[in-house]
Design a protein around this ligand. Structure first.
Ligand SMILES: *Cc1c(COP(=O)(O)O)cnc(C)c1O
Length: 408
């Protein structure tokens, strides 16, 4: 596809936009598949996908046609009425998760807020007036007051105290630690975590740990609440990352990839959590509106028609193997500490902070992000081909090698 650059290069920033992000001095104009073009006409391979959002890539013909059709029919109506598309998307999510029902909102933090409210009410309903929720070190759950309190990153919390109380924090992948932290505590109502921590540096929960945790939740009557906002919706090669462990959560927040770029969030609930909320307990004006629901329905249809779960698994494995091959010397020396993740959610951890790689990658025609200071995160659209994975490797491996040599 030919680039159609705007006349001038993007202005790097505006005094009228609040500076909540440290932005690179580029602006995107349009995209096609796994590529985007900036306003100066430069092309980028997109290994960020709007932070794990553009599931089916850019300008997907089926998604675009579906959204255009929906815009011309009905963008928004109210949850005061039945919304057939909401019922359709809920059914699709329930079938793919083996859970029971779903609540819709617009973002990840909103989905997590709903999960936290579910857990608290679950406790109150059984006579626990001071419910407590187990959360994890390095977790990221959003930037509302409750979700930043659940987040395990002091930088996200700094300046926003007092935090919401009722959280107990434990390290990941340590079943004895959670048992010790909750010993003789009758107030615990839920465990809340990401199956693979995203912002925290692409840190997977071990499958054994997930199974042990499921057993512990059953034994203690706790809700298992898995934040699949980033690792869900096919990114790891299964619909939801926890499915690799053969377990089911009681509550599962979703967002990011669910609408391929249209804001959609959801909380999917299993039998233990499906009937905690009644009319008046929770709501969201935009949540579940027809445009958002159409985006979710089309995303799932496209994923199935194009076999994107299998694609994420196989292309992800190929990408991971190729990265390991290209960075073999750096892995051996310890300059690259680890390549980890699953499917098309990969992290390359360096032995030093490497935030500068984001700009350098963009200069080299590749969009990626650096998270947790030293982890290069790759979360491309799930339509990534083997050839595009090879292109990604051919850009990112030399970038990392040069960076490491310069900063040795
Ligand atoms: C991005 C993210 C969130 C927050 O989602 P928003 O849509 O930005 O509110 C919550 N949890 C996880 C795991 C995320 O990756």
């Amino acid at each position: 596809m030919s680039a159609s650059p705007a006349a001038a290069t993007a202005a790097p920033s505006s005094p009228h936009v609040m500076t909540t992000y440290g932005r690179l001095p580029i602006a995107m104009s349009h995209g096609q598949g796994c590529y985007v073009w900036d306003t100066a006409g430069r092309r980028y391979l997109d290994a960020l996908a709007g932070v794990a959002v553009n599931t089916v890539g850019h300008n997907h013909p089926v998604l675009v046609a579906g959204l255009q059709d929906q815009v011309s029919k009905l963008i928004h109506t109210s949850n005061y009425y039945h919304i057939p598309l909401q019922e359709e998307l809920a059914k699709l999510l329930v079938e793919r998760s083996g859970m029971e029902n779903a609540f819709f909102c617009s973002t990840g933090l909103e989905a997590n807020e709903a999960a936290l409210k579910l857990a608290r009410k679950f406790g109150h309903d059984k006579g626990i007036s001071n419910p407590q929720i187990v959360v994890y070190e390095k977790a990221f759950h959003g930037r509302s007051i409750a979700t930043l309190s659940a987040t395990g990153n002091p930088k996200v919390q700094a300046g926003f105290g007092p935090l919401v109380e009722g959280f107990i924090r434990v390290p990941i992948n340590d079943i004895e630690a959670i048992k010790a932290a909750t010993a003789n505590n009758p107030h615990v109502v839920a465990v809340f975590f990401e199956a693979i921590q995203g912002e925290g540096g692409v840190n997977p929960m071990q499958l054994d740990y997930l199974r042990q945790l499921r057993a512990l939740c059953d034994e203690r009557d706790w809700l298992m609440m898995i934040d699949e906002v980033q690792c869900g919706m096919g990114r790891t090669g299964k619909w939801f990352a926890h499915q690799w462990a053969g377990i089911k959560p009681d509550v599962m927040p979703l967002a990011k990839g669910l609408g391929s770029g249209v804001p959609v969030g959801a909380v999917v609930a299993g039998p233990k959590a499906a009937h905690i909320f009644g009319p008046g307990n929770h709501g969201s004006t935009f949540g579940g509106n027809p445009l958002a629901m159409r985006a979710g329905v089309e995303t799932i249809r496209i994923m199935e028609q194009e076999g994107l779960l299998a694609n994420a698994a196989t292309v992800g494995q190929h990408l991971r193997d190729s990265l390991a091959k290209g960075l073999a010397a750096e892995l051996a020396s310890g300059a690259v500490k680890e390549i980890r993740g699953q499917g098309l959610m990969l992290g390359i951890e360096l032995n030093k902070p490497c935030g500068a790689l984001m700009q350098r990658a963009a200069d080299a025609g590749l969009l990626l992000s650096v998270t947790a200071d030293s982890v290069v995160r790759l979360v491309p659209p799930l339509i990534l081909t083997v050839a595009q994975a090879d292109e990604l490797v051919s850009i990112v491996v030399p970038l990392i090698q040069t960076f490491l040599k310069e900063n040795a």
